[in-house]
Write a protein that binds this ligand. Structure first.
Ligand code: SAM
Length: 188
């Protein structure tokens, strides 16, 4: 079966993240991916969940409380500042990460992810990513500013050295209205 975009993004992480690892939700929004990651790593693992919007942090906190989750640090900051939240002295390894790009559904469509910060976050993550770990980006690009971000990310991802990374693009090319697609970066 060809899995839908969100299901496939979770499937990729399920197949690569292990219990007890540190993982990143780069854009927590309403907390759906945060919840998914928190269950994946279990009580010995930890999730760093970022969002620049207070509303997203509030919504995600509510999702986590409703599900009795306690292995998540909610960070009201840009994912571009990820390195400030990694413990340098412990040389922390990241088990995997997810980005859902674009804007928070049913919210201000002007608050969107931006190419520079997304790329800075990817580059920080890649340095600390475990061998065979995955960074999964769900690229929504139908909104204003989405095309520019899509192009910048593709340009960046295509340049990653094939000796060090596998880079996958997954999407439905016969769907109308700018359907989302996945970019997955695997460290060899
Ligand atoms: C498509 S939504 C995420 C949906 C979320 N994954 C969920 O499961 O509900 C994108 C989110 O990215 C956030 N965002 C935008 N720029 C950001 C940045 N630089 N760092 C962290 N989050 C950012 C937005 O505030 C928005 O909540």
């Amino acid at each position: 079966m060809l899995e839908g975009i969100l299901k496939f993004s979770h499937h990729l992480l399920e197949s690569s993240v292990c219990e007890g690892e540190l993982v990143i939700d780069a854009t927590c929004g309403n907390g759906n991916d945060t919840l998914f990651l928190s269950k994946l790593v279990g009580k010995n693992g930890h999730v760093l969940a970022f969002d620049i919007q207070e509303k997203a942090i509030v919504n995600t906190r509510e999702t986590l409380i409703n599900n009795g989750i306690s292995n998540v640090s909610l960070i009201h900051d840009s994912h571009a500042n990820l390195k400030d939240y990694l413990l340098k002295e412990e040389n922390q390894t990241i088990g995997g990460a997810i980005f859902n790009l674009g804007y928070l559904p049913r919210s201000d469509k002007k608050v969107i992810t931006k190419p520079e910060s997304t790329i800075t976050a990817i580059d920080t993550m890649i340095n600390s990513l475990k061998q065979n770990g995955l960074i999964v980006l769900v690229v929504y690009h139908g909104h204003e500013g989405g095309k520019e971000e899509k192009e910048a990310i593709l340009k960046h991802a295509i340049k990653l050295d094939q000796k060090e990374y596998n880079v996958l693009q997954y999407g439905f090319i016969n769907q109308k209205n700018n359907p989302p697609f996945i970019i997955a970066i695997q460290k060899k």
